[in-house]
Design a protein around this ligand. Structure first.
Ligand SMILES: Cc1ncc(COP(=O)(O)O)c(C=O)c1O
Length: 406
C-alpha cells in the first residue's frame, strides 16, 4: 500500500457506506405535525406531550421521575443546584469530558476539582478519588464517557463514606447499563443530553432522572422560574429560569425512544465485533470492557492509538486520514478541560471561585495522554452500520498503517 492510495491523497475510500444521522420515520414526522396542529406548542406546566415523554423515559430508566429541560448542561446544573450545594463547595469531575461538566459547577458557585481518568476506560479513576476529597467536597459527577459505565459500585461506596452526592453525567449513555441497571439511575440524579449528535435526540434538549422526590420538586421549580406546586403564576420562590422544552421536542423524543433499545443493541454488538477485529492490529488498543458495563451505548467507539506502530505518524494526521477513508471519526478533545483558557486564566466573568484555586498547577497525566497522543473516536451513527462496515473501518486503519510503514 502506497501513500498515493490513501483517500486523503485522492485514492479510493475504504468505506463505501454513508451513515446518516439523525434517523427518523414517518411516525416521527406525523407526531411533530400533530403537535403543530394541536395549537399547543408549549405547555407552561410541562404537561401534555412533555409529561407523556417524561413518564416514558422514567419508566425506561427505571426511576420514579424524569424532568426534561432545554439541554444536558442545564440538566446537570439543575441537579447540582437542587442537591443543596453551597458557594465554595468542591465537586469532583473528570478532565476528559465536554466542558459543560465543569462549567455548570462554576455556575453553581462551586469549585471543580479534576481527578484523572483510568487509562483502560477513560472514565473517572476510582483509585484516585479519595485523595482529592477535602472537608469542602460535596459532590462527584462521574461521566459515563462514550457510553461506558463508570465503576459505580466503587464511586457509590466512596460517596456514602464521605457523605457526597453523586450526579451521573449520562449525556453519552442513554440506554447504557451497569450490572443490569440503567445508567443515570444509580446516583442521586442522572443527567442526559438530547443535542443533535446524541444517541437519543430532538435536536436539543436535556433530562434529569431521579428517585428523590425532594430533588425533583426543587428541580421542577428551578426549570419553571422558581414557581412552586400550588403557587400563583407570578409567585416565585427560588432563583430559577424558563428551562422548559417544547411539545415538538417531546413528540419527537417519544418516537425516537421507541427505537433506542434496538439501536443500542446494534451499536453494542458492533462495538464488541470491532474489539475482536482490532485485537490483532498493532498500535490500536480499544478501551477495555469488563468494568461492570452490561450495555455500552458506544456514543463513541474509542481506541488508543500508538504512533510508534505507524512510523511516528501523529494522531492528528492519522485521524484526518481515517476520516478521509470514510470512517466517521475524530481525534477527540485537543486538551483536558483544565487546560482551556477558561480555566488557565480563570475567565469566569461574574462567577467567582476562591483566589487560591489555580488550574495552572493541575496535571492529569492519563487525560493529557488521551488528548495529545492516544484517544481516537468513531462516532455513534457509524456504530449503527453492518458487520461489513466494521470490517471496512478496520481495513481503513490497516491501509493507513501500511502506507505509513511504507
Ligand atoms: C459529557 C457531556 N456532558 C454534558 C453535555 C452537555 O449537553 P448539552 O450540549 O445538551 O448541553 C455534553 C454535550 O455534548 C456532553 O458530551
Amino acid at each position: 500500500m502506497k501513500k498515493d492510495d490513501l483517500a486523503i491523497n485522492g485514492g479510493i475510500k475504504s468505506v463505501t457506506t454513508s451513515f446518516p444521522w439523525p434517523l427518523y420515520e414517518d411516525t416521527d414526522v406525523r407526531a411533530v405535525a400533530q403537535a403543530a396542529q394541536s395549537g399547543q406548542w408549549g405547555n407552561p406546566d410541562c404537561g401534555g406531550l412533555v409529561a407523556k415523554f417524561e413518564k416514558e423515559f422514567a419508566a425506561y430508566c427505571g426511576t420514579r421521575y424524569a424532568l426534561t429541560c432545554v439541554n444536558g448542561s442545564v440538566a446537570l446544573r439543575l441537579a447540582l443546584i437542587a442537591s443543596g450545594v453551597k458557594p465554595g463547595d468542591e465537586v469532583i469531575i473528570p478532565p476528559y469530558t465536554f466542558i459543560a461538566t465543569a462549567t455548570i459547577v462554576i455556575e453553581a458557585n462551586c469549585v471543580p476539582v479534576f481527578v484523572d481518568i483510568d487509562p483502560d476506560t477513560y472514565n473517572l479513576d476510582p483509585d484516585k478519588i479519595e485523595a482529592a476529597i477535602t472537608k469542602r467536597t460535596k459532590a462527584i459527577i462521574p461521566v459515563h464517557f462514550a457510553g461506558q459505565a463508570c465503576s459505580m459500585d466503587r464511586i457509590m461506596d466512596i460517596a456514602r463514606k464521605h457523605n457526597l452526592t453523586v450526579i451521573e453525567d449520562a449525556a453519552h449513555a442513554h440506554g447504557g447499563e451497569y450490572k443490569g441497571k440503567k445508567l443515570g439511575s444509580i446516583g442521586r440524579a442522572g443527567c442526559f443530553s438530547f443535542q443533535s449528535s446524541k444517541n437519543l435526540s430532538a435536536g436539543e434538549g436535556g433530562c434529569v432522572v431521579t428517585n428523590d422526590e425532594k430533588l425533583f420538586d426543587m428541580m421542577n421549580s428551578l426549570r419553571n422560574v422558581g414557581r412552586v406546586k400550588g403557587g400563583q403564576w407570578y409567585e416565585h420562590h427560588y432563583l430559577g429560569c424558563n428551562y422548559r422544552i417544547t411539545q415538538f421536542q417531546a413528540a419527537l423524543l417519544s418516537q425516537q425512544l421507541t427505537r433506542l433499545a434496538e439501536q443500542t443493541k446494534v451499536r453494542d454488538d458492533n462495538g464488541k465485533y470491532l474489539n475482536e477485529l482490532l485485537a490483532p492490529v498493532a498500535g490500536i488498543t480499544p478501551l477495555t470492557r469488563g468494568h461492570g458495563e452490561t450495555v455500552h451505548t458506544y456514543h463513541l467507539y474509542i481506541f488508543r492509538y500508538d504512533k510508534s506502530k505507524f512510523n511516528g505518524l501523529p494522531k492528528k494526521d492519522f485521524s484526518e486520514m481515517l476520516a478521509a477513508e470514510g470512517v466517521p471519526s475524530f481525534m477527540g478533545y485537543p486538551q483536558p478541560i483544565y487546560k482551556q483558557p477558561l480555566f488557565q486564566q480563570k475567565n469566569f466573568l461574574c462567577y467567582a471561585i476562591p483566589d487560591d484555586v489555580d488550574y495552572t498547577n493541575v496535571h492529569c497525566q492519563v487525560a493529557e495522554k488521551a488528548c495529545h497522543e492516544e484517544g481516537v473516536w468513531i462516532l455513534q451513527h457509524a456504530m449503527l452500520g453492518t458487520r461489513k462496515d466494521m470490517e471496512q473501518f478496520v481495513a481503513a486503519i490497516i491501509k493507513i498503517q501500511q502506507a505509513a510503514n511504507g
